[in-house]
Design a protein around this ligand. Structure first.
Ligand code: IPM
Ligand code: MN
Length: 357
């Protein structure tokens, strides 16, 4: 059988991004040997440091370079000397938009041994997935100021929703729910139709229409405020949630803490269309004050690498990493994964590598 080679670009980024990326790559190298495939990894120095040096965020030709890859792995961006918003918009959102990564897939899965702040809950209670639309809404960057800096200042920040944009996301979420095939097999739309009576009416109507093509998938609806309550009170009721970009940003942080925090939460920015390039990232930020301290949990980055492999045609490798991670969190790291690690970043990577075989 011909060897498959997956072409990956890594943007390790700022702060602790490079440290956690290194652990994810260590696990990748080990799993390649075990599963018999190869990768061609090109590491890109994009991020805060390069921006401060050259003024460039995504360099000339950078998008085309990414388009020539099978997937992108992003460590973290955010630099203490760069004003908020510059790198977020110039790098992360730029790539999501220009590569049309219209799905932000964020599993909320409590691994064995990982502490959740929810009393009395365990891994069997917290295992759902949030599908966040990733290209529209308040993130579209449309708006402006009037009379800026005066007492009469006006700021406008538009939310844009398109039929095409919400339909492709909703349809993908139905397909995903069908494939996931959990006993619940339920897709819940989370929005705010009682107030956002235009934009979220479009989402609501589209959801109802698309649902007709998936009679085997049960549907539900939550207003976003109620969803925050239910995620805490009855997380076990959820299977798959589909939601708008802004609400998805917020509820995925809530989901992240339910599963043990940013040290374990990972996500994928997917362009599921033919030839589309997707990007995988740990959900946490660059945590600059921990740079070089070997303190950040790399499990989130390792989980992101598993998602990358799942989406680039290596589901067995992804499953092997998931099993190894669950073994490590459930044994040596038991009770430690949530912000009080007894192992350093590198040691955790080594534990996962050892558990792969
Ligand atoms: C996330 C982050 C980003 C977002 C920021 C860094 C722009 O919070 O990936 O959830 O708001 O989408
Ligand atoms: Mn966020």
């Amino acid at each position: 059988m011909a060897q498959t080679t997956i072409k990956i670009a890594t943007i390790a980024g700022d702060g602790t991004g490079p440290e956690v990326t290194a652990e994810a790559l260590k696990v990748l190298a080990a799993v390649e040997k075990l599963e018999g495939f190869s990768t061609d990894v090109e590491s890109l120095d994009w991020g805060g440091a390069r921006y401060l040096r050259t003024g460039e965020i995504v360099p000339e030709g950078g998008l085309d370079l990414l388009r020539s890859k099978d997937a992108v792995f992003l460590g973290a961006i955010g630099h203490p000397d760069v004003a908020p918003g510059i790198l977020e918009k110039g790098l992360l959102l730029e790539l999501r938009f220009k590569l049309d990564q219209y799905i932000n897939l964020r599993p909320v899965k409590l691994l064995p041994g990982v502490e959740t702040p929810l009393a009395g809950r365990g891994p069997s209670d917290i295992d759902f997935v949030i599908v966040r639309e990733n290209t529209e809404d308040l993130y579209c960057g449309v708006g402006g100021f009037l009379k800026k800096g005066t007492p009469d200042e006006v700021a406008v920040q538009q939310a844009i929703y398109t039929r095409k944009g919400c339909e492709r996301c909703i349809r993908w979420a139905f397909d995903y729910t069908r494939k996931r095939n959990s006993p619940k097999k339920t897709l819940t739309l989370v929005a705010k139709t009682n107030v956002l009576t235009f934009g979220h009416d479009l989402w609501w109507r589209t959801f109802q229409e698309v649902a007709k093509d998936y009679p085997d998938v049960k549907t539900d609806y939550n207003h976003v405020d109620a969803c925050c309550m239910w995620m805490v009170k009855n997380p076990d009721a959820y299977d798959v949630i589909v939601t708008t970009n802004m609400f998805g940003d917020i509820i995925t942080d809530l989901g992240g803490i339910l599963q043990g925090g940013m040290g374990v939460a990972a996500g994928g920015n997917l362009n599921p269309d033919p030839g589309g390039v997707s990007m995988f990232e740990p959900m946490g930020g660059s945590a600059p004050k921990y740079t070089g301290t070997d303190k950040i949990n790399p499990i989130a980055a390792i989980n992101a690498m598993a998602m990358l492999l799942e989406h680039t045609g290596q589901p067995a490798a992804a499953a092997r990493i998931e099993r190894a991670v669950a073994h490590v969190t459930g044994t040596k790291m038991k009770g430690q994964a949530a912000g009080k690690m007894g192992y350093g970043t590198k040691a955790v990577g080594d534990l996962v590598v050892a558990a792969l075989a």
